[in-house]
Design a protein around this ligand. Structure first.
Ligand code: TMP
Length: 222
């Protein structure tokens, strides 16, 4: 059985990942494939509990190292339970966030540095690398505005509190944004950078183009 294709979506809160991952999954299904869609943190029963702990704004005074370790605990579980079995079965896996998020948020935002994150990735995740990473990078102002409005809406509708990261200051998000750009510059082969304030359709077109190319390289015609 040929190995599947591992695709990750990355970007700041409010970058439009959630909308795009849904459209991408439908686009892949129209090509006769059945993608596995997952997200981090979360995506497993244990991961959902870790997610609640990480994102709830009542989790006060969480040390940056605790946050880092929880992100990797969640990821180790997702790899073992969802990602590796799906790839071994030849599936396309679409994962909303992966280790680039940890490098950008904990490495950049929390200033723990890239090296620690990359070392932990080797130790905890067997250095599993995505075949393709779609990095959505609209301007910081657009991301912050969208993320705040979305969180207010979710909190009003469901009472769910996932605001802990949104309470961070702009300087934190500026560092996250810059770290993402650094990752894209370091790994242009893996990372498709989709920059600027584009429409949903324009972003989808760029995503479809990058994914079509990757599918061809693993032998799926589109
Ligand atoms: P989401 O809303 O896109 O699911 O992301 C949840 C939040 O968790 C988002 O603010 C980014 C943050 N995060 C990290 O700080 N480090 C990580 O490794 C991951 C996966 C997410």
């Amino acid at each position: 059985m040929p190995r599947g294709l591992f695709i990750t979506l990355e970007g700041l809160d409010g970058s439009g990942k959630t909308t795009q991952i849904k459209r991408l999954a439908a686009w892949i299904q129209r090509r006769g494939l059945d993608p596995v869609v997952t997200r981090q943190p979360g995506g497993t029963a244990t991961g959902d509990r870790i997610r609640a702990l990480l994102l709830d704004s009542r989790s006060t005074a969480l040390a940056p190292m605790t946050e880092l370790a929880l992100m990797f605990a969640d990821r180790a579980q997702a790899i073992a339970e969802v990602i590796e079995p799906a790839l071994a079965a030849g599936k396309v896996v679409l994962c909303d966030r992966f280790t680039d998020s940890t490098e950008a948020y904990q490495g950049g935002g929390r200033q723990l540095g890239s090296q620690l994150v990359l070392d932990m990735h080797r130790l905890v995740c067997g250095n599993l690398q995505p075949d393709l990473t779609l990095l959505l990078l609209p301007s910081l102002a657009v991301c912050l505005d969208r993320a705040r409005r979305r969180n207010d809406r979710v909190a009003a509708q469901s009472g769910k509190d996932e605001n802990r990261f949104e309470q961070e200051q702009e300087a934190f998000y500026q560092r996250v944004w810059e770290k993402y750009r650094e990752i894209a510059a370091r790994e242009p082969q893996r990372v498709a950078l989709i920059e600027g304030n584009l429409t949903i359709d324009e972003v989808h077109e760029q995503i479809a183009e990058a994914v079509a190319e990757s599918l061809i390289t693993v032998g799926h015609a589109c």
